[in-house]
Design a protein around this ligand. Structure first.
Ligand code: B12
Ligand code: SF4
Ligand code: SF4
Length: 407
């Protein structure tokens, strides 16, 4: 909470002038879009959230099912809130974020995670703006970026910043798909902007491109099928049916965002912190697979990637290695068969089952399977040679190879 010296709350003396000044200040601090909404539940958002949770579409993001009343309405979270200042920063990539998908010995990191962690960048700016507002107009404030029970996209739409496209993310006529969102809840009464209206029309490009068919219908996402969820949020082994479809996407996914025709108006990020780090623009899978805990922490110390930890990250890298069609990468996977993390061992088995011939795979199985203590990893060994349960049908036939170990 940002509290002014006298934090009793206050109405801005000239609300329209205050709003204009806040907008100017926000722009000077590096925000690309600013809008104001009343601190009311955004239209339809509570129902949408209820449907999403009831269908189990949040998967193992259990935190989404907690504090629901706080999430669905700003005043559920903070009863004193009167206005929401919705803010956005453009992270428009300079090059096509999908360009690396065909380069099978390299990993593709989603554009949003190629630079400095946006939570760190935006939180600092939001606090600076909230402090300035408190100093000018009084009234306490709270700042959020992604981490609190706040429905950021519906609030940003209510504040006129963009609309929720059929892929569910906020699209801006000015910046296309590439906006990070943040909010300041304030006790000030500020004149609201008009909500943005839908500009998708009959387009459905984002729905059709999704490699894992994560959209049960336009505007609804089953997170459990989304590669972003699978590579970032999901803590366990990734189900067999999604592995081939993941291709070389090792952290997040940009497919539905990148195909949106509104990106023709997008501009490159002006914030230097969002420029891609050289080691994340076209990283070699061979190098990433070799990261130990310490190296992982060092390489990703200021990156959003850090929070998933080394085991989940290397799990993703091994799936990309399994999809690489590059037997030269097999030794990298083999070196991880005795890794302490079952997540890593399991996907090393899967990768090898796709890169080695049947005899070579069987030799490794003879050596490692008897000493495997984790049931899921043991099952990977057995499924790969047809000794266990049949693998589930693969979602995406393109590029799929057999999992018999002969491919
Ligand atoms: C949970 C979460 C995820 C989950 C679930 C995604 C989702 N769409 O909800 C996963 C892990 C999959 C995910 C992925 C990504 N995320 Co995310 N994520 C969030 C988070 C924390 C909560 C979102 C939420 O409340 N979801 C719950 C659902 C119910 O809400 P909803 O999407 O608004 O759903 C609406 C529709 O279902 C609608 N609805 C219901 N029925 C119907 C019917 C029709 C016809 C229509 C039109 C609509 C409709 O009502 C609901 C309420 O409005 C937000 C941060 C935040 N606190 O808001 C970031 C956030 C949404 N993520 C963000 C980003 C960048 C991403 C990725 C692009 C990252 C990447 N490149 O890999 C992907 C995009 C995947 C996608 N297509 O959505 C940004 C999006 C910025 C923007 N411009 O919109 C946010 C806002 C974070 C931030 N502060 O910038 N994310
Ligand atoms: S981020 Fe990728 S996997 Fe997730 S919904 Fe979009 S296209 Fe599908
Ligand atoms: S790709 Fe088409 S349907 Fe999807 S968000 Fe963009 S305009 Fe809307």
């Amino acid at each position: 909470m940002i509290a002014p010296p006298d934090c009793a709350g206050a109405a801005a003396p000239d609300a329209a002038a205050a709003k204009a000044a806040i907008r100017d200040r926000a722009r000077a601090l590096g925000f690309d879009q600013v809008g104001i909404a009343a601190a009311e539940p955004p239209a339809g958002a509570g129902t949408g959230l209820g449907d999403f949770l009831a269908a189990g579409h949040h998967g193992d993001m259990d935190w989404m099912a907690r504090r629901v009343d706080e999430r669905r309405a700003p005043r559920g979270l903070w009863p004193e809130a009167r206005s929401v200042i919705a803010l956005a920063m453009n992270y428009g990539p300079a090059t096509d974020p999908l360009a690396l998908l065909g380069e099978r010995a390299r990993g593709t990191v989603a554009a949003y995670a190629r630079g400095r962690d946006y939570h760190l960048v935006m939180k600092g700016r939001l606090k600076a703006l909230a402090r300035w507002i408190a100093g000018q107009y009084g009234g306490p404030a709270k700042v959020f970026v992604d981490t609190a029970p706040v429905m950021e996209k519906p609030l940003a739409q209510a504040a006129g910043i963009g609309w929720q496209g059929k892929h569910t993310n906020l699209v801006s006529r000015q910046f296309g798909s590439w906006l990070f969102l943040g909010e300041i809840y304030t006790t000030l009464d500020l004149p609201p902007d008009d909500p943005e209206v839908d500009h998708c029309g009959s387009c459905r490009d984002c729905l059709d491109v999704c490699p894992t068919q994560a959209f049960p219908e336009p505007g609804k996402i089953d997170a459990r099928r989304c590669i972003s969820y699978l590579t970032i949020e999901h803590k366990g082994q990734i189900a067999d049916e999604f592995r081939v479809a993941m291709g070389n996407r090792i952290y997040g996914c940009d497919d539905c965002l990148a195909v949106c025709p509104w990106n023709k108006y997008a501009a490159r990020a002006r914030e230097a912190a969002f420029l891609p780090r050289i080691e994340l623009t076209a990283p070699k899978l061979a190098d990433l697979a070799m990261l130990d805990d310490e190296a992982f922490r060092q390489v990703f110390s200021t990156s959003a990637i850090k929070r998933i930890g080394r085991a989940r990250f290397v799990r993703n890298v091994l799936i990309a290695i399994g999809n690489s069609g590059t037997p030269a990468l097999a030794p990298k996977a083999e070196a991880l068969l005795a890794d302490p993390a079952p997540l890593v061992r399991g996907m090393a088995v899967w990768a090898l089952s796709r890169l080695l011939d049947g005899a070579a795979f069987a030799t490794l199985k003879q050596r490692y399977r008897p000493r495997e203590s984790d049931a899921e990893v043991a099952a990977e060994w057995d499924r790969a040679t047809g000794d266990g349960a049949a693998p589930e049908a693969e979602v995406c036939a393109a590029g799929a190879t057999s999992r018999t170990g002969n491919g």
